[in-house]
Design a protein around this ligand. Structure first.
Ligand code: NAD
Length: 473
């Protein structure tokens, strides 16, 4: 990070703040136009986005980029455009008797300049959706995308510069040094998506400036499978929820806890491996299977699996040539059955196509394991019995939950998307995002006369009776 770029970031922030002060409450019409512009660059450049993302990953199927990035952004923006008028309206609230006469309402004010830091795993969606949300809330945005997706970041930077002045939206490309300096800027809000480790330092930097922060982080999202649940249905959903995007999804199924004996875990593990085989036959050359983003992540996954192998765990992998897949970064879809729980596989977020399947004697034993770790970003329960589902929900905490499938709660904009404790704080999607990036300003408008006249000093009998009354109301 050079001084020039720190100076450049400070200058941009000053210019954005000046522009914000000149137009502190962008009109509904202007915000809708902002959103339409982002929708247009998303939908009109599908091939360019697909190619940029695939080049950054090594390979990713066009369908996954169109379905999991472009359509998510476009649908999210449509929802915002339709509902924005209602969200922007001041909300009248009740006024207590003692404060009457008067009117109370909550005014959703823009915050100002929002700093957004995005990760590499869904580099379009996780940058453009927070950006659109911030603009819908009337803010200006400085965006720092991931250094691991330079093609996507360059395309995004160009397309956004074509439709927005730098005083409204600007993209700053750079690595961790720049990101660190970026998060030390006195924004009006920081919206960070990435790992829990970096999230801690972002929170500390924001705290120094008393900047409010949204943290969309990671963690180990478990799937708990009831002893009576259909193996085929569970295996299908779990294989989809683990191997999509080669497991590089924040809400991917990180590991499975099969309720029952060791044999039940084996049966489920083999069924998931079979599904992976059906989804991605000949995975190394399969065009539907995504590559691991970078060599260091490939090596990290290899060493996790080797540690499990050395510990004697059963490992299911399709036949492959290790050197060849290392060269192309297509990591074999891997299932690890009943690994010891002190391994890295069970301590760290895996974030790749490797799935440990453990056996737990009861739901309560699985719940104890969940509660002994960090609160996960997502939790999955596979059961046909409401009593089992409610028991798990009542006794665990997580950012969100999908029952009898994986990841789908994230696809509904009527639900908040966010973590819980170490998996994040704050939430977005739909109205939750609008509220997150809005200052809820309390306004109380009094009439010409107000009860405060009756309780003003010097305190006499009347003030005392009113205070007595206030304590009884
Ligand atoms: P990362 O934390 O390494 O990087 C994310 C961003 O942070 C990048 O833009 C990077 O430049 C920046 N960064 C790096 N060092 C920084 C610093 N010291 N200060 C400020 N910013 C810094 O994460 P990643 O590897 O890109 O993403 C993977 C992680 O993100 C996983 O843990 C995953 O679960 C999580 N994730 C969460 C969500 C969610 O919505 N909750 C979505 C996607 C990914």
């Amino acid at each position: 990070m050079t001084d020039a770029s720190i100076a450049e970031m400070n200058d941009l922030l000053a210019r954005q703040r000046a522009a914000f002060l000149a137009e502190p409450n962008r009109s509904l019409k202007a915000r809708r136009e902002d959103l339409k512009k982002i929708e247009a660059i998303t939908l009109d450049n599908q091939q360019a986005w697909v190619e940029a993302v695939s080049a950054d990953f090594g390979h990713r199927n066009a369908l996954e980029t169109r379905l999991l990035e472009l359509s998510v952004v476009a649908r999210g923006i449509k929802d915002m455009r339709h509902k924005l008028a209602g969200w922007m309206k001041p909300q009248r609230v009740s006024t207590p008797l003692m404060s009457m006469p008067g009117r109370s309402y909550v005014r959703p004010d823009p915050k100002g300049v929002v700093g957004i830091v995005s990760p590499w795993n869904y580099p379009v969606q996780l940058a453009l959706l927070p950006l659109a949300t911030a603009l819908a809330a009337g803010n200006r945005v400085m965006l720092k995308p991931s250094e691991l997706t330079p093609n996507t970041s360059a395309l995004m930077s160009k397309l956004l510069a074509d439709i927005f002045p730098a005083e409204q939206v600007s993209v700053l490309e750079g690595g961790p040094d720049l990101a660190e300096a970026f998060c030390a800027l006195p924004f009006d809000h920081i919206f960070y998506t990435g790992s829990t480790r970096v999230g801690r330092s972002v929170a500390a930097a924001a705290g120094n400036n008393l900047v409010p922060v949204t943290l969309e982080l990671g963690g180990k999202s478990p799937a708990l499978v009831s002893p009576d649940y259909s193996i085929d249905d569970a295996a299908h959903a779990i294989a989809w929820g683990r191997f999509l995007n080669a497991g590089q999804t924040c809400v991917a199924v990180d590991h499975v806890m099969a309720i029952g004996d060791a044999e039940r875990a084996r049966t489920i593990g083999h069924a998931v491996a079979q599904k992976a085989e059906t989804f991605y036959p000949d995975f190394a050359d399969n065009p539907d299977y995504t590559t691991v983003i970078a060599g260091q992540h490939f090596a990290r996954l290899e060493s996790m699996v080797e540690e499990a192998r050395a510990a004697g765990a059963e490992i299911l992998q399709p036949a492959h040539d290790p050197d060849a897949v290392r060269a192309t970064r297509k990591f074999p879809p891997t299932v690890v059955i009943n690994p010891p729980e002190n391994l890295r596989l069970m301590r760290e977020e895996i974030f790749g196509p490797v799935l440990p399947v453990l056996s737990k004697p009861s739901f309560d034993a699985a719940i104890d394991t969940v509660n002994a770790g960090d609160r996960p970003l997502a939790l999955y329960v596979f059961s046909d019995m409401s009593s089992e589902i409610e028991h798990v929900l009542d006794h665990t905490h997580s950012g969100g939950v999908t029952i009898n499938n994986a990841m789908l709660h994230v696809a509904n904009d009527a639900l908040p998307f966010g973590g819980n404790g170490p998996s994040g704080q704050g939430a977005y999607h739909g109205k939750f995002g609008f509220d997150e990036l809005t200052h809820q300003r309390a306004v109380f408008r009094v009439g010409r006369w107000h009860t405060t006249r009756l309780v003003a000093p010097p305190y006499g009998k009347r003030a005392k009776s009113i205070t007595d009354l206030a304590l009884k109301l």
